[in-house]
Design a protein around this ligand. Structure first.
Ligand SMILES: *[C@@H]1O[C@H](CO)[C@@H](O)[C@H](O)[C@H]1NC(C)=O
Ligand SMILES: *[C@@H]1O[C@H](CO)[C@@H](O)[C@H](O)[C@H]1NC(C)=O
Length: 281
């Protein structure tokens, strides 16, 4: 713990019925981050997030994630507690980061399914994650939480929402023997509205936890990254989200602004936002 405290500073604000928010700054001051998560009773909250800064081989690494659960909070909470640990323990985390990410997603999913053996109801979770290794930013996604980058004032999605009615996702599901059906929205097997997720044992053949990974170099024009659950993206467009917080230096305040805006626009869902701001000197 003392090592962790020495590489980053953390503050956290937690008031009853107010959004949980907080943030930190990397020791080398190259990036700062903030998060905010919508109010409500812990028992009904299915959104989780995780932010970590660590040193590996003399480099400062940032790990960020938003995990939106369904069928209960179990899967999202499990992924929050284990995914980054599995990645940090991977022997090729630095030398082959993409491979390490794919392996960590796979391992976390299969460990969760093993731990879930005697549960009656299926639980699952999305994961929108970002890893900062030097000036490489790797974004890995499963499900419909989303990562959006702001470069020179413009919004660039760094992930693709995994929805069952996307042509290639539908084809993958059908080739595996599954089907996609309309039930209020498009659903795998008429049940699940995302086409990839952690958990979801009964649909596992079709609903995989294999991430799509995108890489970006953090050059001077790259201002910040937003990771958020669909509670935000259902009511705020990528470009509006970016414009709303572009001038806000403090990423915790920026994450709160996004969460409040989604709330104000009537988002009925759990809302969680993580903002990572890059500092160029
Ligand atoms: C979070 O989502 C769950 C399931 O969709 C819902 O029952 C609960 O009321 C939501 N909680 C908040 C704080 O919005
Ligand atoms: C998937 O369905 C939604 C409506 O639920 C629609 O808005 C979207 O355009 C569809 N996407 C594709 C690729 O068909």
């Amino acid at each position: 713990m003392s090592y962790l405290n020495s590489v980053f500073s953390v503050r956290e604000t937690k008031l009853d019925n107010a959004p949980v928010s907080g943030g930190g700054l990397s020791e080398n001051q190259k990036f700062s981050y903030g998060y905010a998560s919508s109010p409500g009773k812990r028992s009904s909250m299915e959104d989780f997030f995780e932010t970590q800064i660590c040193g590996v081989d003399g480099q400062i690494i940032g790990l960020f994630g938003v995990f939106d659960g369904h069928g209960g909070a179990r899967a999202a909470e499990y992924v929050k507690q284990n995914l980054f640990l599995n990645l940090r323990n991977h022997p090729k985390f630095i030398s082959d980061t993409k491979l390490a990410i794919a392996d960590a997603f796979k391992q976390t999913d299969s460990d969760f399914l093993k731990a879930e053996n005697n549960q009656h109801r299926d639980a699952g979770s999305t994961a929108s994650t970002a890893f900062l290794v030097g000036n490489r930013l790797l974004v890995a996604n499963v499900g419909d939480s989303r990562a959006v980058l702001c470069r020179s004032g413009k919004a660039f999605p760094l992930s693709r929402d995994h929805k069952p009615n996307q042509t290639d996702e539908r084809q993958r599901i059908e080739e595996a023997g599954g089907f996609v059906m309309w039930a209020g929205t498009w659903r795998v097997g008429g049940v699940l509205a995302v086409s990839r997720a952690f958990g979801d044992r009964l649909l596992k053949q079709y609903v995989v936890a294999e991430p799509e990974i995108q890489e970006e170099v953090v050059t001077d024009g790259v201002e910040f990254l937003i990771l958020a659950s669909d509670g935000l993206w259902d009511v705020v467009s990528n470009q509006d989200a970016v414009a709303m917080i572009q001038s806000i230096e403090d990423p915790e305040y920026a994450a709160k602004r996004l969460t409040e805006e989604a709330y104000r626009k009537g988002s009925a869902d759990n809302i969680t936002c993580v903002v990572v701001r890059f500092h160029h000197k």
